[in-house]
Design a protein around this ligand. Structure first.
Ligand code: SF4
Length: 299
């Protein structure tokens, strides 16, 4: 079988059509319980912002579906956040932790116009914890400037994906482990904690290897200073992953593998570990068990 090119152009060419989105309206928000560093389960709101697509083209990424091709008009991100926070205040008053997820990089100037960061920080004043996501290569002084404007604590979520030495480069993430470690050290030195996204069973790994490398990735993440790891079962849905699946080079992990990786991560007791259960299907019993592990934080 021929090798797939796995370039930006090839990955983009496999995509199904992109849904249209209004840059003046957020996708919405959800509120769920999440274990805090202090061990309490508290409500965390995740607000999904519409903005320009991430400039990277990771092989497994389907987040571009929630983005638009062009930079948003000035003022649009602030307007989106204001709408979401108004609705949040009505439906869930008193939430103290918020994730601003923009399906890309919060500190990408083409995604979130830097001129809006001061107004965003003002709107976020009531929150104790603010979590944003960003590629390690886009971590720099803008993060620190944003943190200085916040009243609450900033956490940055970055995709580590896997520490597998052959799989990581093939994911087209344009990031080395050194890049991730350097960004983590930089953030920690500024008093900013790091959340890492880890893939359970990325392409080219068997079910068993998927668990082994998820465990190694957890070990590595905590060793470089990550505070919280989120295990994401690798999924299809972006076109490219379906091509790999049809060629036998990718299969989503079983829930047992996700649970094994979660239990291992919790047993380390080095930081928080969660299994990402968004859009995950399985037996009600096992899903309830995974939710309980997420909440209790004990294997
Ligand atoms: S950096 Fe993140 S948002 Fe951008 S393509 Fe990769 S996984 Fe997707």
């Amino acid at each position: 079988m021929n090798e797939l090119p796995l370039t930006d152009a090839w990955i983009v060419a496999q995509r199904p059509p992109r849904p249209r989105h209004d840059p003046w309206k957020p996708h919405g928000f959800l509120v769920e319980g999440e274990r805090t560093r202090q061990g309490r389960v508290e409500e965390v709101a995740t607000i999904f912002l519409v903005n320009r697509e991430c400039p990277f083209r990771c092989l497994m990424c389907d987040l571009w579906k929630y983005t638009i091709p062009d930079r948003v008009p000035d003022g649009a991100i602030v307007a989106q956040l204001r709408q979401a926070l108004n609705q949040l205040a009505e439906s869930h008053p008193g939430v103290r932790h918020v994730k601003l997820y923009n399906a890309g990089n919060f500190f990408d100037a083409q995604a979130i116009p830097p001129g809006e960061l001061p107004s965003l920080a003002e709107l976020l004043a009531p929150f104790e914890t603010i979590i944003v996501e960003c590629h390690p290569k886009l971590i720099g002084s803008r993060v620190v400037e944003f943190q200085d404007r916040l009243r609450g604590e900033l956490q940055v979520a970055m995709g580590l994906e896997t520490v597998h030495p052959e799989v990581l480069p093939r994911l087209n993430k344009r990031m080395t482990l050194d890049d991730f470690a350097q960004a983590t050290r930089f953030l920690n030195a500024q008093g900013i904690s790091v959340r890492a996204f880890l893939l359970v069973r990325p392409p080219w790994l068997s079910e068993e290897e998927g668990v082994i490398w998820a465990k190694r990735s957890l070990d590595w993440a905590f060793a470089v200073g990550v505070e919280c790891c989120v295990l994401i079962p690798t999924r299809a849905g972006n076109g490219a992953m379906e091509v790999l699946q049809a060629r036998g080079q990718f299969s989503p992990p079983s829930l047992n593998s996700l649970e094994a990786a979660l239990r291992y991560g919790l047993s380390l007791q080095r930081g928080r570990v969660f299994a990402d259960l968004w859009e995950v299907h399985g037996s009600a019993e096992q899903l309830a068990r995974l939710e309980r592990l997420n909440r209790e934080g004990r294997a």
